[in-house]
Design a protein around this ligand. Structure first.
Ligand code: PLP
Length: 473
């Protein structure tokens, strides 16, 4: 592509992006495509000769766009958000244009030094004390895996990487049953093994880990000759927003010398508002904390902020240093690839810098407070409606509900969530609470307004009534 075409198509792509975002409210949130429909339109063989850019772009609009679920749609209430504030998209255009690989300080000093700075801004923004160092990971899953590997290495006297696990003592990791399944995967991938992830019951309105049961499990394992290695606590579990009592988890864990990782992938963003910090009171004593600015804060996907007390432990666990990666004579610099599992690194700090500067903490706080308020209002309206029940009360901006109907409640709930998503005006996901299916609602979209929450109420009530009408026929 020559310079003129590159300019022309870059401008076109940027204009397309702005028009796309402006058109989102008129599009169905979830793709309405049948499985295989997109693949059927793509030739089986790669093109032998180059094609015209106009044709490629037209196919993008004709074939690809209808098969997209619109994650930036203001009425995306499913899963958790993956917000891309427009200002962070602009930063990503620049990052994409420079296309730097930022594995070492010297492969892009600005990327490294900005990462150190903006992660320290974020640390302050969410109320973590000095003494935590930050690094950007691609995902919370990677941060959690890194933390589990550190737990493993510390518990095995730094011999896990060296000797493998076959001849080693059996390690134990503890978490409640409310944590995200990325924790399960970290335990498998680390070689510790699923059977050594000890599930501690969760209870109370916050579905918090029972810390007496945690301590009892640690003591039982020690007595049996097993080696407790760490605890993974959560603030804002995926299903219903479960929050462990972080201070108490840490008190128990540290009394036994265990490493504590806190997964706040979604809820961590809300900690920029002081009034929500009681949800993770005690976090200042954690060893490792992760939250995803790409979820609720607005940093274009992907961007996961990982804060650790001891980066040395991470480096001892993960660093690879063949000669070509050594940076001789550069004392005091950070090579962030030694803090993460992948070697190659995108320049992710720029979008955080743009985002935090453009909106300021106050702008982001207002957005999060609005989401929490609108979600609570919607839960109240559904609770007042005789055909609905609230299953789990709002935790920040997440709650779950059910429509009361004749027949099998689980089948009805699944049918309702499918009907709502087929309708297209909003997008929701189901979860399982105490063994029964419920519908989750979370408010978190960057461009959402109060009207969008009102539309959600109308759609839920209308589609549920229509579904009941169909049953009666
Ligand atoms: N932890 C929690 C609480 C989550 O909700 C999620 C995903 O939604 C994850 C971890 C995994 O996040 P990631 O996709 O960044 O690996």
């Amino acid at each position: 592509m020559d310079e003129k075409s590159f300019t022309e198509w870059s401008l076109k792509a940027a204009k397309w992006g702005a028009d796309y975002r402006a058109s989102l409210r008129d599009r169905p949130v979830r793709a309405q495509t049948a499985p295989g429909a997109i693949a059927a339109q793509i030739p089986a063989q790669p093109p032998r000769t180059g094609e015209d850019m106009q044709a490629i772009f037209e196919d993008f609009e004709k074939i690809i766009l209808p098969g997209m679920t619109h994650w930036q749609h203001p009425r995306f209430f499913a899963y958790f958000p993956a917000n891309a504030a427009p200002v962070s998209v602009v930063a990503e255009y620049l990052v994409t244009a420079m296309a730097a690989q930022c594995m070492l300080w010297q492969t892009s000093p600005a990327a490294t030094e900005l990462e150190t700075k903006v992660l320290d801004w974020l640390r302050q923004a969410i109320g973590l004390p000095e003494g935590f160092s930050g690094v950007i990971q691609d995902s919370a899953s990677s941060a959690t895996l890194s933390a589990v590997l550190v737990m493993r290495e510390k518990a095995l006297g730094w011999n896990g990487n060296k000797k493998g696990l076959a001849s080693q003592q059996q390690l134990r990791i503890y978490s409640s049953d409310q944590v995200h399944t990325s924790i399960d995967r970290a335990i498998w991938v680390s070689g510790i093994g699923e059977e050594n992830l000890v599930r501690i019951p969760a209870n109370g309105p916050r579905r918090a880990m029972d810390c007496q049961a945690l301590e009892a499990a640690i003591l039982r394992d020690k007595a049996a000759g097993l080696v407790p290695a760490g605890v993974i606590a959560c603030t804002g579990g995926t299903s219903t927003g479960a929050c462990d009592d972080i201070a108490e988890v840490i008190r128990v864990a540290h009394a036994h010398g265990l490493y504590v990782h806190v997964d706040a992938a979604w809820a961590g963003a809300a900690m920029i508002c002081e009034e929500f910090r009681e949800l993770w009171a005690g976090v200042e004593n954690a060893d490792s904390v992760v939250f995803n600015p790409h979820k609720w804060l607005g940093a274009q996907f992907d961007c996961s902020a990982h804060f650790i007390r001891s980066p040395d432990d991470l480096v001892k666990t993960l660093a690879i240093q063949p000669e070509y990666l050594k940076t001789h004579g550069r004392d005091g610099i950070i090579n962030y690839s030694e803090w993460t599992i992948p070697l190659g690194r995108r320049f992710r700090a720029l979008k955080l810098w743009f985002l935090l500067r453009f909106h300021g903490l106050e702008g982001l706080q207002t957005m999060i407070r609005n989401h929490v308020r609108w979600s609570r209002q919607l839960a109240e309206r559904l609770a007042e409606h005789r055909d609905f029940e609230i299953v789990t009360a709002p935790m920040l901006s997440l709650f779950s509900f059910r429509h009361l109907s004749e027949g099998d409640p689980d089948a009805h709930t699944i049918a309702l969530v499918n009907a709502i998503n087929d309708d297209g005006r909003i997008y929701l996901t189901q979860t399982r609470v105490d063994g029964r299916v419920a519908i989750r609602f979370q408010a978190g979209q960057f461009d959402m307004t109060q009207e969008d929450a009102e539309t959600a109420f109308e759609v839920i009530v209308e589609v549920a009534a229509a579904l009941d009408g169909q049953h009666e026929k």
